[in-house]
Design a protein around this ligand. Structure first.
Ligand code: C2O
Length: 511
């Protein structure tokens, strides 16, 4: 194991994409930002220096951050932001993880342009649990915002410009990352099957499929065999489900280019699935299973200490000063709590026992039971609050995330910081606490850090609270996070010597 040093200078840079040029916030002048590469077991030190006029913080999405919540990154949750002309060193060790993840800014909407790949290789000498590919490529799917309201996906299919030159008979590992703010995407390659081997830096049982679906914050590793004769084949990313923003449809800006093919030869295109192709998405999602081998066992919690039901969705909030919405405004909530960002970081408040920053009365169940998929409830009102749900060290948790479908049913990709969880069950309509658990997969459910709550349905996840600290849970569609679809788990320190949060670094930013 070694220590890897990185320096991230946050600077403005004029950047051109898809015929428009803007000054954007970048890391080291690059969009997307630099790829951070490390091995399992390495310690990573990233010095972030803020040269812009905005507050900044960086999140290492999916890194467990065992006992190092100080390095997790969400502003006002685990740290105060890095103010202009200040710096902060993120210091963390990568334990028990290998695969593809992403890093991104975690304050306001800055992650639109401040993001990059995080590639964790296995420990030296440890092979992949699949045949070694001939080569590996990072593919970041993102949006390019022409104006503040119009996003264009696909500046995206980026990494190499982007033509991926392949040789017939060889295999290629694509590390796909969805770094978009609000866009769930289908991804496919004309004329080629994708063998899925990993999601969110956990190995899965390999399977072949035509089209994968990837939500903001998620990563997927696929192997492509160059098994066609020759030619050029388009890679395509296209939106899944409606989004509250205007998006251009597919622009295949990337191709697989077989060596020996003339550059004048035509490209074979793939027909993108229709936006609402839920069956295609489910076909992929339901095929995902943990590898669950001897070496990589799925450690699914069997006994559950906290059985929680979180109603997630949109709602309305009284807003006497709002002209537009007749004295109310659209918000998002978890169990009718619209999360209010504190002005001191929750982790600091917790460890230094600062009073009055948060309360520990986050409801474990929806306050007013209703039929989520039937007629809309009459009381849409949510309450503002900075509430956390408290766990003792090592408690096991089951959370059923139920889409309320209020205002509009939508698929919410929910991300949990500090843990991977197992997706043990999923269904449409209302979750039935008596019958549905009988069908749960407690053997080899997929393990991830971000998962879609199906539109008009529910998903059940389980995790073990073996990481003390304060951990954010939120929708990874930036628009919903902003509206309040977020909460936090507080995990108390345990009694053992390795069961408490490490002391805060000296340069931890102040609010
Ligand atoms: Cu990738 Cu809290 O986010």
């Amino acid at each position: 194991c070694r220590v890897r040093h990185y320096k991230f200078n946050v600077v403005m840079r004029n950047t051109s994409r898809l015929c428009s040029t803007k000054s954007i916030v970048t890391v080291n002048g690059r969009f997307p930002g630099p790829t951070l590469t490390a091995r399992e077991g390495d310690t990573v030190l990233v010095k972030v220096v803020n040269h812009v006029k905005y507050n900044v913080s960086i999140h290492w999405h999916g890194i467990r951050q065992l006992r190092t919540g100080w390095a997790d990154g969400p502003a006002y949750i685990t740290q105060c932001p890095i103010q202009p002309s200040q710096s902060y060193v993120y210091n963390f060790t990568i334990t028990g993880q290998r695969g593809t993840l992403l890093w991104h800014a975690h304050i306001l909407w800055l992650r639109a342009t401040v993001h990059g790949a995080l590639v964790i290789l296995p420990k030296r000498g440890v092979p992949y649990p699949f045949p070694k590919p001939h080569s590996e490529v990072v593919v970041i799917l993102a949006e390019w915002w022409k104006s503040d309201t119009e996003a264009v996906i696909n500046e995206a299919l980026k990494s190499a410009g982007f033509t991926l030159s392949v040789q017939r008979g060889k295999t290629y590992l694509l590390r796909l990352i969805n770094a978009a703010l609000n866009e769930e995407l289908f991804f496919k390659i004309a004329g080629h099957k994708l063998t899925v081997v990993e999601v969110d830096a956990t190995y899965v049982k390999p399977f072949k499929i035509d089209t994968i679906v990837i939500a903001p914050g998620q990563t997927t590793n696929v192997i492509v065999s160059a098994d066609q004769n020759s030619g050029k084949y388009a890679l395509s990313a296209s939106p899944f489900m409606d989004a509250p923003i205007t998006v251009d449809n597919v622009t295949a800006t990337a191709t697989l280019h077989y060596s020996g093919t003339l550059s004048s030869s035509p490209t074979t295109f793939a027909t993108p699935p229709p936006k609402n192709a839920t069956a295609i998405a489910n076909n992929f999602i339901d095929s995902l299973k943990s590898l669950n081998s001897k070496k990589y066992p799925a450690q699914v919690p069997i006994k559950v200490d906290h059985s929680l039901l979180f109603a997630v969705g949109l709602g309305v909030n009284p807003c006497p000063s709002c002209k537009a919405g007749n004295g109310s405004r659209v918000v998002a909530s978890v169990n009718n709590v619209t999360f209010v960002m504190p002005t001191t970081a929750l982790l600091q408040a917790h460890i230094f026992k600062i009073k009055g920053v948060f309360t520990t009365d986050f409801p474990g169940n929806p306050p007013n039971p209703f039929n989520y998929t039937g007629a809309a409830p009459t009381n849409l009102s949510t309450k503002n609050g900075t509430k956390v749900y408290r766990l003792a060290y090592n408690d096991t948790v089951q959370v059923v995330l139920q889409d309320t479908g209020i205002i509009a049913p939508e698929n919410h990709p929910v991300h949990l910081h500090g843990f991977n969880f197992f997706a043990v069950g999923k269904g449409l309509g209302n979750y039935n606490a008596k019958n549905d658990p009988k069908k749960f997969n407690l053997v080899d459910p997929v393990e991830r850090n971000t998962i879609g709550v199906p539109s008009g349905g529910w998903i059940a996840i389980r995790f073990r609270g073996d990481n003390p600290g304060v951990w954010f849970l939120h929708c990874h569609l930036e628009v919903h996070t902003t509206w309040g679809l977020k909460m936090a788990f507080l995990v108390d320190n345990g009694k053992g010597p390795k069961e408490s949060v490490l002391p805060p670094p000296k340069d931890l930013p102040k609010c």
